[in-house]
Design a protein around this ligand. Structure first.
Ligand SMILES: [Ca+2]
Length: 443
């Protein structure tokens, strides 16, 4: 698995082809970090009989390996204490999703097919800002109550709502058990997907949700207006209106309180920003933007100033990291711990950046002072490999030639840039590739 850091630069520097690796190392909405697997079982049961001694049988789906997985998993769910009738209602009648269809759906996840700023620009569209402001006004009483009980401010919660489902407009039309079972049956993150299915059964058992509600899910099995994975709903979901259900599908209060609760439980630091846009002095040693954390006071000492004056007023003691999504060609940010908390929702820098930027606009803060670049051509994966090969040849070790612009490649490029008198931002443009190729050719 790529580190988060190398993922950031991979997303930034190479605008393609990372989809498969990405969906293994990233999760979709509402579930974070390592999958919350059930305790690992040594081996699947050889018979279809569960702890209750009842055998499960289902009408064939037409796919023998899916059928075999299903009877075994039903027994496992029974052994875990799940209700027989609910096990049947969740698993009966499922037909596996065709593998290519599901792979395509993962490939189309926007976070991994665009340069990070294209994603941010799309995410923070004027329509989404206008609609978000209307939703904030419409649900002011709900947001008041949520802010009183949970750590994050309303604009962050509403930005997530906007990013996940356009404020509840598009909540998905896939059957969560079907998509999760399809993944589990083909052996893809089996423990994770089986854990999600068990969570669905528990949510139905305890009255939080119904089987039918789970027929409206994303292709990855995330549900409701704030797109929670079932295990996240089970663990962090809230029944805001206290009607006995955690209705993330149709109840705005339940959905928003659940998102706010999840961010709170993920460590949201009340009163702290997610990031602050900063101005960079000239000249500037861009190589300090390598992930190191310094106090805001130390960053100020290096000449950084907030783009909007009051934003850094009382934050001198906070630790922050300099984030340069477009190298020296676009806006610069000091990132705070809350940026990482947004990533607990969806583990991509592009996602967290988009949520943060949308939240800032919903809170009435000004647009970025420095625009995103519009004329940079991104490297293809092959070009990224060529860059790595050439840097290695020049003895600026870029490490393994894998076409992913991770930390190693970036710092190797910085060494080259310093040596040749370029701005040492480690950002892999086509022009910089040409310069490296030329030098390697002469070497
Ligand atoms: Ca409720």
């Amino acid at each position: 698995m790529m580190s988060l850091r190398s993922m950031r630069w991979a997303v930034t520097g190479v605008a393609l082809g990372l989809a498969l690796a990405a969906c293994e190392s990233t999760k979709v909405a509402g579930n974070s970090g390592p999958p919350k697997s059930p305790p690992s079982s040594p081996a699947p049961p050889s018979s279809s009989e569960g702890a209750s001694g009842r055998a499960f049988s289902f009408a064939s789906s037409g796919d023998t390996s899916f059928d075999a997985w299903r009877t075994q998993f039903a027994a496992k769910a029974d052994g875990a204490g799940r209700n027989d009738a609910i096990i049947r209602s969740v698993l009966d009648g499922l037909v596996p999703v065709e593998q290519t269809v599901q792979t395509q759906s993962f490939d189309n996840q926007a976070e991994f097919v665009k340069p990070i700023w294209d994603y941010a620009k799309t995410a923070v569209s004027p329509t989404r800002i206008t609609n978000g402001q209307a939703k904030l006004a419409e649900n002011a009483a709900i947001f008041e109550a949520i802010e009183a009980s949970y750590a994050p401010p309303r604009e962050i919660v509403s930005a997530i709502w906007g990013m996940e489902t356009s404020y509840g407009s598009f909540i998905g039309k896939d059957d969560a058990p079907r998509v999760l079972a399809s993944q589990a049956a083909m052996g893809r993150r089996r423990d994770f997907n089986e854990g999600e299915l068990l969570a669905i059964m528990q949510l139905i058992e305890n009255g939080s949700a119904t089987r039918d509600q789970f027929r409206k899910a994303s292709f990855a099995g995330a549900v409701g207006q704030t797109q929670f994975m079932p295990s996240t709903l089970l663990q962090h979901g809230r029944d805001f209106d206290k009607d006995g259900h955690k209705d993330l599908w149709t109840n705005v209060g339940d959905a928003l309180a659940s998102a706010a609760n999840y961010l709170t439980n993920s460590g949201w630091k009340e009163g702290q920003p997610w990031a602050v846009e900063t101005r960079i002095p000239e000249p500037f040693d861009y190589s300090v933007g390598d992930g190191r954390k310094l106090s805001v006071a130390a960053w100020k000492g290096l000449g950084l100033t907030p783009a909007a004056a009051p934003e850094l007023a009382n934050s001198d003691a906070l630790q922050a990291e300099l984030f340069l999504p477009a190298g020296s060609y676009g806006p610069a940010f000091l990132l705070f711990d809350n940026f990482g908390v947004i990533k607990r929702y969806n583990n991509a820098d592009s996602y967290a950046l988009a949520v943060g930027l949308l939240a800032d606009r919903l809170a009435g803060r000004p647009d970025l002072s420095r625009p995103w670049p519009s004329d940079i051509v991104m490297l293809t994966q092959q070009q990224a490999k060529d860059l790595q090969t050439a840097l290695n040849k020049l003895n600026h070790s870029a490490g393994v030639v894998d076409g992913i612009i991770g930390r190693g490649t970036r710092s190797a490029l910085q060494k080259f840039q310093k040596e040749k008198g370029f701005v040492a931002d480690g950002f892999p443009t086509v022009a910089m590739l040409d310069a490296v190729l030329l030098a390697a050719n002469d070497a």
